[in-house]
Design a protein around this ligand. Structure first.
Ligand SMILES: *Cc1c(COP(=O)(O)O)cnc(C)c1O
Length: 370
């Protein structure tokens, strides 16, 4: 055995910058408001919690590998064929599985400039090449994406609305994007924040999935459903795509608690409506209050806002982040997205939102006593 020999990862693996989750720590003794991962301040449906607790009596048994109860509940809610639904350990897992199934070395995955970073990680992990299309006004640009398509493009990823910008494409633009893609390119519509969008020209993409052979929509239980800890996502896909992903996924990729809680959560429309109403009330209030402080806010349709700080020394995003963290207000730095002068703030409880606005006011005014 030679000491000089050691296992070497495939090319691409060591090029990956690991995803850095939102912070969740505050200084000792300070009340913490975690506004760094777009979780809901309302928490999960009580019915989902009860369903998850129920499963703790059977922890020795493997879960149902087909997540039948969850797929049936989702299919009933959206009028879908349960055979076209695949569940994942969060939609992140499905984004990875789609990439592993459809992309390999020498092939390209395409996403837009400020697109969700998990796409890049999945592409590199599959040995593929990330290709980035420029955005306009922090919004995906269909023409730029179509210009970046090459014969090697396998997947186009579009978060709609996008994280971390909060911007969205109207459905006719999504249709135009799809119409411009070759039929062998998979279009992945990541609709993690679909429930929050209140725009008549928005659609998550169900119709497009139903009428095409190359469109997939992914959804998550981590955001409006308040079940991020359980890791539950799903996708609806053409039969051939669902089949490919089912072949490579772990046979028991969702735990029993996730399956049970997800099925109960989907059925609790009132709880989702309450979370959406809370966001609808606070998103404009927070946006206007922060703009009134002289900071630019990207118009968002999600449950978070991107706040832009001046580049001047001492007044920037890094200083603002430190100022807020010292007060127990945890926002998200987005330098990894090429946005070093911005912070992303999740819409939180009334108390949290008011605390951030007050603290930002003090920061902008240069006061440290607040
Ligand atoms: C949060 C988020 C997801 C989902 O994550 P999971 O917790 O893995 O389901 C997917 N896409 C975007 C754009 C997100 O912001």
């Amino acid at each position: 055995m030679s000491a000089a020999l050691r296992p070497v990862p495939r090319p691409g693996v060591l090029a990956i910058e690991a995803y850095v989750p939102g912070k969740s720590a505050a200084p000792a003794g300070v009340r913490l408001h975690k506004l760094s991962s777009n979780e809901t301040p309302l928490g999960p449906s009580p019915a989902a919690v009860a369903a998850a607790q129920e499963t703790t009596g059977h922890l020795a048994l493997y879960p149902d590998g087909s997540a039948q109860a969850l797929r049936t509940a989702i299919a009933a809610k959206y009028g879908l064929d349960p055979e076209r639904i695949v569940c994942g350990a969060g939609s992140d897992e499905l984004l990875s599985l789609l990439t592993y199934a459809y992309m390999g070395p020498g092939e390209e995955g395409l996403y837009s400039q400020y697109g969700f970073l998990v796409y890049r990680i999945a592409i590199l992990a599959a040995g593929g090449t990330p290709v980035v299309a420029p955005e306009r006004d922090h919004t995906a640009d269909v023409d730029a994406i179509l210009r970046a398509v090459t014969p090697r493009t396998r997947i186009v990823y579009l978060a709609n609305p996008n994280n971390p910008t909060g911007t969205y494409l109207p459905f006719d633009e999504v249709r135009r994007l799809h119409a411009g893609l070759p039929g062998d390119v998979l279009l992945v519509l990541d609709a993690a924040y679909a429930e929050y969008v209140r725009r008549n020209d928005y659609a998550a993409g169900l119709e497009l999935v139903a009428e095409s052979e190359n469109v997939v929509m992914t959804r998550t239980f981590s955001k409006v459903y308040g079940l991020a800890a359980l890791r539950i996502g799903w996708m609806v896909a053409p039969a051939a795509v669902a089949d490919a992903v089912n072949r490579i996924r772990g046979p028991f990729n969702l735990g029993s608690a996730a399956i049970a809680a997800g099925a109960a959560a989907v059925a609790d429309d009132a709880h989702v409506a309450a979370a959406v109403a809370h966001n609808e009330a606070w998103l404009p209030k927070v946006t206007r209050a922060i703009e009134a402080l002289g900071l630019a806010v990207t118009p968002s349709v999600g449950n978070f806002v991107l706040i832009h700080f001046p580049e001047a020394a001492g007044r920037g995003a890094a200083e603002a982040d430190a100022f807020l963290t010292a007060r127990g207000l945890i926002l998200r730095r987005v330098g990894a997205y090429g946005l070093p002068h911005a912070l992303r703030m999740t819409i939180g409880s009334a108390e949290a939102n008011e605390a951030v606005v007050a603290a930002l006011g003090a920061f902008v005014a240069g006061r440290s006593d607040a």
